[in-house]
Design a protein around this ligand. Sequence first.
Ligand code: ADP
Length: 365
Amino acid sequence: MATVRLEHINKIYPNGVQAVFDFSATFEDGEFIVLVGPSGCGKSTMLRMIAGLEEITSGNLYLDNEFINDSAPKDRDIAMVFQNYALYAHMTVYHNMAFSLVLRKESSDFIHERVMWAANILGLVPYLNRKPSTLSGGQRQRVALGRAMVRDPKIFLLDEPLSNLDAKLRNTMRAELKSLHHRLKTTMIYVTHDQIEALTLADRIIIMKDGYVQQIATPYEIYMNPANLFVANFMGTPPMNVFKVKVSLDGFLHIGPNQVSIVDHPIYSALKKKDYFGKEVTLGVRPEHIRIDKLCRLDQSFVSIVDIYELLGNEALVHFTIDQSKVLAKILVSQDIKAHDEICYAFDIEHMYFFDSSTGERIHE
Ligand code: ADP
């Protein structure tokens, strides 16, 4: 069992920088939690407070209902895996993995059993007598994971563990990590600035900006139901297209001189209720939610010239312009489209996201 409860956590560094504001969340036993956000948003600070490496300025931290704000890192039964692996260069892989158990004065039989167990799972048996300098980046990262696993901790904390690996290896290790989690079923808290890692690994994502939590939800919810413009923009590649628009009382959405009808969209009544008609709001549409409208229906599509057509394989990216905004649509490959063609585009009405232009908050659920 390992649940973590964080209540109204704040962190102010001695130089006055407040890195985390009023962070509250509960992580369930066995959950894979990913803390994601741009550099400097407070993710590592949060992780280091959970590890006990950084003091909590105010708020309460519980591990399995035990208040642990003041307990020393070694008493927390938490293992941390760092981005730089932090392996001992002069020790073999075996001894790197055994080291924490040697310090705990475990018997050599027990240590051997634990090291071999982890080495088997991680595919490290052939490398046990090697020094870290003779291993690849991926193998070193596995040793770092193995060193954490032998301790059988209540929680794994992982701080950007894949960011030193090249892109291909990162994808492989990401999948390995996911299956390791399935196998161990230990609570994992993982920090990254990479939204793809967050979407692929997490049971739940916590997205942060400037020290504040923006949304806590499953990857699907975060992607399909972003709470605000920041979340909508941060999650997804290529990023969401964003437009400044106005909606008139008769249910038309105006982007510059263009207009499409949105009377059938739930936003219509939400805008009415909140008195947004005639005011500027921000519209977000993901590239995969823009379609080519072969019928070119007058009140449902925009006409524009294809600036660039990029073939990706079975999909293609179409670059075009609406009212001076560059727009990207991701469509199934089509033989009929090429640069400079005039085409009609329609937004998928179910997947149009409207945000308050001054606060960035979603206007409708
Ligand atoms: P992230 O992990 O999201 O990149 P950090 O938690 O490392 O962000 O940093 C959050 C904020 O706290 C940043 O503004 C950073 O400059 C500041 N910060 C981090 N560590 C310290 C420190 N030891 N002293 C003062 N400020 C710090």
